[in-house]
Write a protein that binds this ligand. Sequence first.
Ligand SMILES: Cc1cc2nc3c(=O)[nH]c(=O)nc-3n(C[C@H](O)[C@H](O)[C@H](O)COP(=O)(O)OP(=O)(O)OC[C@H]3O[C@@H](n4cnc5c(N)ncnc54)[C@H](O)[C@@H]3O)c2cc1C
Ligand SMILES: NC(=O)c1ccc[n+]([C@@H]2O[C@H](COP(=O)([O-])OP(=O)(O)OC[C@H]3O[C@@H](n4cnc5c(N)ncnc54)[C@H](O)[C@@H]3O)[C@@H](O)[C@H]2O)c1
Length: 503
Amino acid sequence: MTSDSGSSSSAADAQVFAETQTFDLVVIGAGAIGENVADRAVQGGLTVALVEAELVGGECSYWACMPSKALLRSGAALREAQNVSGAREAVNVDGFDVRAVLNRRNEVVNEWNDKSQVEWVEGAHITLIRGFARFIGPKELAITHENGSVTKLVARHAITVSTGSAALLPDIPGLADSAPWTSREATSSQTIPKRFAIMGGGVVGCEMATAYASLGSEVTLLSRSALLSTQEPFAGELVRDSLIGLGAQVKIGVSPTQVERNGAGGEVTLTLDDGSTLVVDELLVAIGRTPHTGDIGLETIGLKPHQWLSTDDTLLVLDDEGRPLEGEWLYATGDVNHRALLTHQGKYQARAAGDVIAARALGKKLSIESWGAHVATADHEAVPQVTFTDPEVASVGLTEEAAKKAGYSVRAVEYDISWVAGASVTSENYVGRAKMVVDEKRQVLLGATFVGQDVGELIHSATIAVVGEVPLNRLWHAVPSYPTLSEVWLRLLETYGRDGSSF
Ligand SMILES: Cc1cc2nc3c(=O)[nH]c(=O)nc-3n(C[C@H](O)[C@H](O)[C@H](O)COP(=O)(O)OP(=O)(O)OC[C@H]3O[C@@H](n4cnc5c(N)ncnc54)[C@H](O)[C@@H]3O)c2cc1C
Ligand SMILES: NC(=O)c1ccc[n+]([C@@H]2O[C@H](COP(=O)([O-])OP(=O)(O)OC[C@H]3O[C@@H](n4cnc5c(N)ncnc54)[C@H](O)[C@@H]3O)[C@@H](O)[C@H]2O)c1
C-alpha cells in the first residue's frame, strides 16, 4: 500500500482529498461477502482495503440471518419438546419467556457491536477503512468519513462491489408515511407487537410470521401469491398449515391498497384489495430487496445507479451489452449481483472472486471452466437454501417446474417423511414431505426438497448429489443410517424405482 498525504493531484476530479491511498484491491462493503473477498485476495498475495459505512459483518450478522434465526429457535425448540412425551410434561410449566428470547437475540448480534469482526479483519491483514464509498472514475473512489472528511482510494488492479441490498418498499398510498417495519426492525425490535401484519409471503414473511406468532403476536400474513412460491408447492402449503396452527391468519391473494398510521406510534389501518380493513400495531413489509447501488457513483463508470450489477461467472461486472468494463477491473459479489440472495452463496462467490482477482493480478493460471476454482458455477442450478419456518423447508437445485422450464426431461417423485422410522422417533406428530427431481437422460438429481423438522441438516447430502452429478444407481450405495431422517433418501429411490422397476 502506498499512502500520499495532501491534496489529490488527479485531473479527473476537482475535489480536494485529505489523503490518497492505493491498494491492489478495494472491496466496498464489509458484509460477510466483502469480508471473504478481501480475505481470499490477501491470502492470494494482494494488498486489500475493505470499506464499510456501517457495521463490519453487514446485514446477515446484525439484521438478517443471525437475529432472525435466534428469534425462531426458542419457539422451534419448545415445539420439538412439546411433540415428545416426557419432554412435553417438562416444558409445559410457566409458558414462554419472551424477554429471554429477545435477550438471547441481543447476545447473538453482540448488541449490534462489531468489535469482534473488526478484530478478525485486522487479524486477516485487511486494511479496514470506515466510511461511505462512491466511484469517481475507473478504479477510483471517494470515501466520506463520519467526521465529514473525504479521502481518495485508488485500486491498482480491481474494485469489488459488495454493498448488499435493502428492503424494497412498494408504492402504496400512505405506506411510506406509516413508518412500516422492514426486516431491520423485525429482527432488532425489543418489543413484540400485539397485532402484527406482514406483507409478503416469501422467505422473510414466512420466517417472521413464524417467529412473531411464537412470541405471542396476533399475526396476519398477506401474500399476493402462494407462500414460498419459488419452492415446490407443498412447501408453502405445509408452512401455511403450520402458521394457522400457531394462530396466525394467512390471507393468500390479498394485498394492501392503502396504509395509514394514526399518529406517531399509533395503530396502523390497512385497506385491503378484498374490500376489508385490518388494524394492527405494526406492519412489516417483506416483498423482496433493492440493491445498494443508488448513491455509489455508478454513473461515473458508465453504469446506471440503482441497478443490480450483473456479472459473468468470475464475478466480473458486465455492462448493458454483456461485456466487462474496459480493463476488466470491476467485480460484484453477494446480494448486489442478484445471482442468489443468500449468505452462503455470496460467500461462495467471494471465494471465487478473491482468488480470481489475485490470480489475474499476479498473472497466475486461471481455472475458469465450469466448476473451476475461479467461477461460481453452482449459482445457476445448484443453490441450497434452508427456510427456518416450522416445518423447515430445505431445498437445492431446480424444482420440477423450473427443471421443465429449463428444458430437461424430468421425472419427479415424492415421499411422506413421517413414514420414515427416524421421523417417528424424532416427533410424535412429524409432518413432512420430500421430493427429488431427476434428469431422466443422465439419471442424475437436478433438485431435492425436504420439508419437516430438522431437515435443514439433511440438505447438504442433496447438494453433494446435485453438484457431484452422482448417478442414481450409485446413490443406491449411499446407505442412510437407521433410524435417521436421512432414510428418506432410500424411500425416494425406491419410489423412483431401480433398474427400471418401480416399487
Ligand atoms: C431477515 C433476513 C433473514 C435472512 N436470513 C438468511 C439466512 O438464514 N441464510 C442466508 O443464507 N441468507 C439469509 N438472508 C440473506 C442474507 O442476509 C444476505 O444474502 C446477505 O446478508 C448478503 O450479504 P452481502 O455482504 O452481500 O450484503 P450486506 O450484508 O448487506 O453487506 C453489505 C455491506 O456494505 C455496506 N455498504 C453498502 N454501501 C456501502 C458504501 N457505499 N460504502 C461503504 N459500505 C457500504 C453496508 O453497510 C453493509 O455492511 C436473510 C436476509 C434477511 C433480510
Ligand atoms: N433462510 C433464508 O435463507 C432467508 C431468510 C430470509 C431472507 N432470505 C433472503 O432474503 C431475500 C429477501 O426475502 P423476501 O422475503 O423479502 O423476498 P422474497 O423474494 O423471498 O419474497 C417476496 C414475496 O413478496 C411478493 N411480492 C413481491 N412484490 C410484491 C408486491 N408489490 N405486493 C405484494 N407481494 C409482493 C413476492 O411474490 C414474494 O412472494 C430472499 O431472496 C431470500 O433468499 C433468506
